[in-house]
Ligand binder design. Structure first.
Ligand code: 26Q
Length: 834
């Protein structure tokens, strides 16, 4: 039941005394038909399932809307603290399945559609993924929102409504081709446009100072080219608790449809061009790649998000509280998802000073007690920097503020390290050479009261490495918040058969309290339970096999071990090492040494940033090796290799329930956390992995008997890198030599000479920072061990069950509680228990 709030102003629904909408199949059917005919104007439900999908979304959205309004009312009347999650990416995927689950109407919707002779599953297929993110960081933001709503935490997401999300990947002769993702083309029925809340964002112009009659100097940023930011809201339902939070996505528009002055002067073209320039800002999501660093449009996106979101919050504050900001910092927290929105630090300063009349100290005190920064990388080359010159032309007033922040900060540094001149240059927010650049991570650290990494190892390495000096200066700022994933999407919704099996044995409370999966541990040795577990996994493997055949034409053997690596293609993630293993197995089987091997299907999927040549070469290599292996009759069904095309959130929802072996094989010290590792574990896959990111904690949770550990540790790597000599490693290893010979002889590129040269050469490079050759032997041995374990099905099933049973701490419910206890300190919205 929704408890209506007792506000002074009754809402529309109270005024009309409207009853709440029914949650049964009759009511859902009636509303779906209503939308289908009266809104969409369709005469028949046959053929076009897309319209039925839209109609069902509208029926679902109505039910969300009631709870959304009520959540807003309760939030406003409680006047409590809120957090804003600022992120350039929210990788939401599809929303319908999750909305039905969280509203507890999956069965009702299923029955309603059954009456129309249509399968709910087919309706889900109609939904286009909201691919507004690259990978882990964007998906993490989406999981956070689900957990916050479920816990009743008043957290709002702020992001960008890109016209084109993550590109679609197509393969042509084994090479990645990018296609635009026109996800809004057929309309997006989940969003609500809130034109009345539009904000104006300034770019360009210059700064002037005016001294008034009282002698007060005021700073103005004038002659700017302005752009409108229009918010589109998405509902974020909690799990069966009547809470609906908000994800607010900003879209850019020209301030005037046509600039009349220019139009009248006859420059129609210029007027339209100006409109285009404004709308370009939110046109496309940037794929993550170093080559994308420093693009002006990307900086515009970052500032656009930061300014619009902060203006939105400040506007609300002033309309409710008037000009008194004394309690503002007690009521707000801004969590920065990496440095991408870090320009929010100087922007909040600017708004507080120039728009709301505060002095520097007041503004700084508010800023540094509301901003918190999460870092997601350990690669120094991935730290964001921006040319000062670009800020100068695009954001001149913001640049002034950054300089002042830096000057004050450096004076603190020189007090702490008197006489140390070098340290000023090393810690400065401004890097001086070769070109003046702004170090966004340093800006974020200086402007925040909390800085966190995303796994224990990662947070420790940050404090000992990249941010060492800052951690010395402010030890209390630094903390860890190990990532998680939401079990609603990543177990309950995507693996319904396993969810039902678990619920049958331990009850359903694990959906909101994942530690309860521990109760599965005593069942891990029971033969009957193992049989049920095995049957569910087999069903999921059959489902994935059908999907793979549909997408690639390859018929995979679903009785084989499914050995899966899906993630963005990057050298540090070492898809290359995985390929070396595939080639090694191929070689063994060919030379007649494969009799004892269990049949294996290696599945690799992921996108390469369009400008990242080496990553694209790795995709080409995988596909070439796959073509040879899959057509070689001597493989005798022992080995298959599949490149899964256009891997995305919906792909993972099919893949992770079907995986036996989860490949988490990055070079130690490079993967900040990983979250795919957690999704696989939760679904009963066993990990083969290095001691990197959250793998360390996964190993700790599940125990070394239930994890295939290999590879150098972070501590061993520097020494090894000193005189790293892949050549001698290869020469000393017969298997490795044979693999290299096959690769270098052109066995996998017979009619395409040299296409694989670069990627093969990387393995022999003594400067290879990813040290692929160094871990070859230990990886091959661990794989051999995993294969043998799989052949003992009882042993394997036990491992699989224990992995799921130990995955409790990798729920984002735990992660969000940790953020809330240590950083946000929000009161929960009173919630209905599920
Ligand atoms: C950079 C420059 C220009 C344009 C885009 C970017 C860009 C965009 C996205 C840079 C990085 C990203 C995304 C990074 C990311 O996904 N990092 C991953 O975050 C996960 C969640 O914390 C971790 O689990 C992964 O280990 C980390 O790699």
């Amino acid at each position: 039941m929704i408890v209506r709030s007792e506000t002074d102003n009754p809402g529309d629904m109270e005024l009309l005394n409207l009853p709440l909408l029914g949650m049964d199949s009759e009511a859902i059917l009636a509303d779906t038909i209503h939308y289908h005919s009266r809104m969409l104007g369709r005469r028949t439900i046959r053929r076009q399932e897309h319209f039925l999908y839209q109609a069902l979304v509208h029926a679902t959205r109505d039910r969300l809307m009631e709870r959304w309004i009520e959540t807003g009312n309760r939030l406003e009347s409680s006047n409590g603290k809120r957090a804003c999650y600022l992120s350039l990416e929210f990788l939401m995927g599809r929303l319908l399945r999750n909305a039905l689950l969280n509203l507890d109407v999956t069965e009702a919707a299923d029955q309603a559609l059954e009456r129309l002779g249509i399968e709910l599953e087919d309706i889900h297929e109609q939904e286009h993924d909201a691919g507004l993110g690259n990978g882990g960081l964007g998906r993490l933001a989406a999981c956070f929102l689900d957990s916050c709503a479920t816990l009743g935490l008043p957290v709002r997401g702020y992001g960008i409504r890109y016209g084109y999300g993550m590109f679609r990947q197509r393969l042509e002769n084994g090479r990645q081709m990018e296609e635009p993702d026109a996800w809004l083309r057929e309309g997006y029925p989940w969003e609500i446009e809130r034109i009345e809340r539009a904000r104006t964002i300034k770019f360009g112009g210059h700064v002037i100072r005016i001294t008034d009659s009282m002698g007060h100097t005021h700073t103005d940023w004038v002659d700017t080219r302005d752009v409108l930011a229009i918010p589109f809201d998405l509902p974020i339902p909690g799990y069966q608790n009547d809470v609906v939070n908000t994800l607010r996505l900003w879209s850019a528009a020209a301030t005037d449809e046509f600039d009349l002055e220019e139009f009248n002067a006859g420059s129609y073209g210029d007027a339209v061009a100006a409109k285009n320039e404004a709308e370009n800002i939110t046109m496309v999501l940037y794929p993550n790649a170093e080559t994308e660093n420093g693009r002006e449009l990307r900086l515009k996106q970052q500032y656009f998000l930061a300014s619009a979101s902060l203006q939105d919050i400040l506007h609300d504050w002033v309309s409710l509280n008037g000009p008194d900001f004394s309690e503002f910092a007690d009521k707000h927290c801004f969590q920065l998802n990496d440095t991408h929105p870090a320009v929010a630090v100087p922007e909040l300063m600017r708004l507080l000073m120039d728009e709301y009349g505060h002095n520097w100290n007041e503004a700084w005190s508010i800023t540094t007690s509301t901003m918190a920064y999460t870092n997601h990388t350990l690669l120094p080359e991935a730290l964001e920097t921006w040319p000062v010159a670009m800020f100068e032309t695009l954001l001149p007033r913001v640049l002034e503020i950054i300089f002042e922040i830096n000057a004050r900060f450096l004076s603190e540094v020189s007090h702490h390290w008197p006489g140390d001149l070098d340290i000023l240059g090393r810690m400065s927010i401004i890097q001086e050479t070769p070109e003046k650049m702004i170090r966004m991570a340093y800006l974020a650290i200086v402007g925040s009261f909390s800085v966190n990494g995303v796994a224990e190892l990662h947070s420790r390495l940050l404090q000992q490495g990249l941010f060492k000096n800052f951690a010395t200066l402010w030890p209390d700022k630094f903390n860890n918040k190990t990532n998680g994933v939401t079990q609603r999407r990543w177990l309950a919704a995507c693996n319904p058969c396993l969810a039902r099996l678990i619920t049958r044995h331990i009850g359903s409370d694990w959906v909101t309290d994942l530690d309860l999966l521990e109760k599965l541990k005593p069942l891990a040795d029971r033969a009957d339970f193992q049989q049920e577990w095995s049957a569910v996994k087999q069903g999921n493997k059959d489902r994935l096999a059908a999907n793979i055949e549909e997408k690639t034409g390859i018929v995979v053997d679903s009785a084989s071990i499914f050995d899966v690596q899906v993630k963005r293609i990057h050298e540090y993630k070492r898809q290359l090492l995985n390929v070396l293993h595939a080639v090694h197995l191929y070689d063994r089987i060919q030379r007649g040494d494969g009799e004892d091997l269990p049949p294996r299907t290696i599945i690799i999927g992921g996108k390469a940033a369009p400008g990242y040549e080496m990553a694209k070469n790795i995709i080409k290599l995988i596909n070439n090796v796959a073509a040879v292996i899959n057509t070689d009759p001597s493989m005798n069904a022992r080995l298959q290799l599949v490149f899964y095309p256009d891997y995305n959130v919906s792909g993972m929802e099919l893949i992770c329930p079907a995986a036996d072996l989860s490949e988490q094989i990055s070079t130690a010290g490079k993967e900040a956390s990983g979250t795919g590792n957690m999704k696989f574990m939760m679904n009963g896959a066993v990990t083969i992995g290095t001691l990197d990111g959250a793998n360390v904690e996964i190993l700790e949770a599940v125990g070394e008997d239930n994890f295939f550990l290999f590879g150098l540790s972070v501590e061993e790597i520097p020494a090894m890198l000193q005189d790293y000599d892949p050549q001698s490693i290869i020469d000393a290893d017969e298997d490795f030599s044979r693999v290299m010979r096959l690769l270098e002889n052109g066995h996998f590129n017979r009619f395409e000479p040299h296409v694989l040269d670069d990627v093969i050469r990387a393995i022999r490079n003594p400067d290879d920072p990813w040290m692929t050759a160094a871990d070859f032997r230990s990886f091959i041995d661990a794989q051999e061990f995993a294969g043998r374990a799989y052949q003992d099905q009882q042993r394997w099933l036990r491992m699989s069950i224990l992995n799921t049973a130990s995955s409790g701490r990798f729920s984002t419910d735990r992660t969000m509680r940790d953020y809330n206890n240590d950083i946000w300190q929000l009161e929960t919205i009173p919630i209905k228990s599920p």
